[in-house]
Design a protein around this ligand. Structure first.
Ligand SMILES: Nc1ncnc2c1ncn2[C@@H]1O[C@H](COP(=O)(O)OP(=O)(O)OP(=O)(O)O)[C@@H](O)[C@H]1O
Ligand SMILES: [Mg+2]
Length: 297
């Protein structure tokens, strides 16, 4: 076992000659909360359906839990794709009982799962009278019946009010702490920004960027740009002078993320080493901007 719960290679699916999922290769480790972020039509649902075997791939590979025997491995996945199909005239408990029978799951676990998703005190209320957030949480409860190691949730937050969003996020974190790997799609970054450990940005069926939460926070920090004719030398000089500083180079730019209050000292250091600096500017880069740029391209 290589620690990956899901790996795909060149996974591709077209509809009417147009790729919905286009050459996707991802490797998702156990314990992650993977946020699949993309606009409407980017391919999020199709990707999840391919993983679950709900539609046929054109080409590529899927490996689950390091195994190519997908039928066996899929038993370890719970999913909620689009709206859950609930028995609307049944209570939360009755819904759970029906699905437990269908899946051959242990009924004794129902109270605990309902408690986990915050639906233990809905009593005689019928699912048809539930709010969207409650229906989504019941959908997740049903997905939890087979004690999955991984959950695939397609836009579970879509349409929820702020309180519902918070409850849903808390639930993700609780499940994750219990050892469940989550793959959650969304078209709104902000909905997931507080819980995700790694983002995959999907655009026109392709993963255009994968970035870890901490890396994103780093990158989206403010920074100072020094334009110079000798970026490598400038980076070396910077690292020598500021050993705990953070910088990167890009073309003729040395970009400093930390320290941010030392533009004058950094400049003096570079100039004293004969490195010509012909422009200094500051920028602040918003997380939202970062995603929009990647999603719109
Ligand atoms: N069953 C289908 N038949 C034909 N085209 C489809 C089918 N399912 C998806 N597509 C097309 O594939 C592309 C990706 O769709 P998909 O539903 O995977 O995107 P999405 O990211 O889930 O979008 P949304 O945010 O709207 O849910 C779209 O262009 C869509 O029209
Ligand atoms: Mg979708």
């Amino acid at each position: 076992m290589n620690g990956y719960v899901l790996e795909t290679r060149d996974l591709t699916k077209s509809y009417n000659g147009r790729p919905a999922v286009d050459g996707v290769s991802v490797a998702i480790k156990r314990g992650e909360i993977y946020g699949l972020i993309g606009k409407n039509g980017a391919g999020k649902t199709t990707f999840m359906r391919l993983i679950l075997g709900l539609c046929e791939k054109d080409r590529g590979e899927v490996m689950l839990f390091g195994d190519k025997d997908l039928n066996k491995a899929r038993a370890k996945i719970g999913s909620l794709i689009e709206e859950p199909g609930l028995y609307r005239s049944c209570t939360a408990y009755e819904n759970m009982k029906r699905f437990a029978m269908l899946y051959g799951a242990d009924k004794a676990e129902i109270p605990e799962i309902l408690n986990l998703v915050g639906l233990s005190d809905t009593g005689n209320k019928k699912a048809g009278e539930f709010s969207l957030g409650m229906r989504q949480r019941l959908g997740i409860a049903i997905a939890l019946l087979n004690r999955p190691e991984m959950l695939l949730l397609d836009e579970p937050i879509n349409g929820l009010d702020p309180a519902g969003i918070k409850e849903m996020r808390d639930l993700f974190v609780t499940l994750n702490k219990k050892g469940v790997t989550l793959i959650i799609s969304s078209h709104i970054l902000d909905e997931l920004s507080k819980v995700v450990s790694v983002y995959g940005i999907i655009n026109k069926g392709r993963i255009v960027e994968e970035i870890r939460q901490e890396e994103l926070e780093n990158r989206c920090k403010r920074g100072i740009v020094f334009r110079t004719s000798a970026t490598d030398k400038a980076a070396d000089a910077f690292k020598e002078k500021f050993p705990s500083g953070i910088c990167e180079t890009e073309g003729d730019k040395l970009i400093v993320y930390d320290p941010l209050d030392a533009a004058d000292r950094i400049n003096a250091e570079l100039v004293s080493r004969g490195i010509g600096v012909y422009e200094i500017s500051k920028f602040s880069y918003d997380i939202e901007d970062f995603f929009l740029e990647k999603m719109e391209k």
